[in-house]
Design a binder for this molecule. Structure first.
Ligand SMILES: N[C@@H]1[C@@H](O)[C@H](O)[C@@H](COP(=O)(O)O)O[C@@H]1O
Length: 246
């Protein structure tokens, strides 16, 4: 695993955007796996800035998001669909029919999971998967205890994840408690993985990922089984690793 230690959130965002841009410019058809949450926002901002200043094109890019809340329609302002349109898709002119996000308002959720898996399997895994990490070590919405062989599935969010994500909901009574998430085995099909972590809150999760056992109790530890993972983390997120783990 390659670790790039950076000073802060801004540097993490610049470095990750650079890696994504190299991939975007590398061939005629590019597939990107995308993440939500606060961590990739700076990266998306950098991609938008580059698009505006340098005219980098995204019309050959196809995207596959990790997850979506169950019960929110794509137009719901609190859905990950809306998040992606607002922060990236609409601002770099990716054709929307080339963007894929699990449909959390599908009537048949199990069918939707199968549909999503076959989409990703049909391309043989994305070229580059961007990931954040939950404070409890989750990736996508794969909570602790999720099987490493999991495919896309419906998940009951843990109290700690609900609490960590509560700030994104104006009315907490409407915060979804379930989500659809790309499974761990599907994430591991990616040809290359880029995980971002910033801030002290992520130091335990990063310590378990980098220094702990490979265990389903820490979903991100599955990344140790993948041959092409880069972690970009700031000093705050690497605090525990640097003080205890060397
Ligand atoms: N489903 C998302 C994850 O993909 C994300 O990595 C995690 C961390 O969020 P943040 O980046 O806001 O810390 O939150 C959510 O649970």
């Amino acid at each position: 695993m390659k670790i790039i230690e950076v000073a802060d959130y801004e540097e993490m965002s610049r470095v990750s955007a650079q890696i994504i841009l190299e991939k975007v410019k590398s061939k005629e058809r590019v597939t990107l796996g995308l993440a939500t949450g606060s961590t990739p926002l700076g990266t998306y901002k950098e991609l938008v800035r580059d698009h505006e200043e340098n005219g980098t094109r995204f019309d050959h890019v196809h995207t596959y998001n990790l997850d979506e809340y169950v019960g929110l329609t794509s137009s719901d302002p609190e859905s990950y669909h809306s998040y992606m349109c607002e922060h990236l898709f609409n601002r770099v002119s990716i054709p929307l029919d080339q963007t894929n996000i699990p449909n959390g308002s599908a009537e048949e959720l199990l069918q939707e999971c199968l549909r999503y898996d076959s989409l990703i399997e049909s391309i043989g895994g994305v070229d580059l998967q961007l990931l954040g990490i939950g404070q409890n070590g989750h990736i996508g919405f794969n909570e602790p205890g999720t099987s490493f062989s999991s495919k896309t599935h419906v998940v009951d969010l843990t109290p700690s994840t609900l609490e960590a994500n509560a700030e994104y909901f104006t009315d907490l009574s409407k915060q979804p408690t379930r989500a659809l998430t790309m499974g761990i085995s599907i994430i591991l099909q990616s040809k290359e993985i880029l995980l971002l972590a910033s801030g002290e809150k992520k130091q335990d999760a990063l310590f378990h990922l980098l220094r702990g056992e490979i265990t389903e109790t820490v979903p991100a530890s599955a990344l140790n089984m993948h041959g092409n993972v880069t972690i970009i983390a700031d000093s705050q997120a690497l605090k525990l690793v640097n003080s205890l783990g060397k």
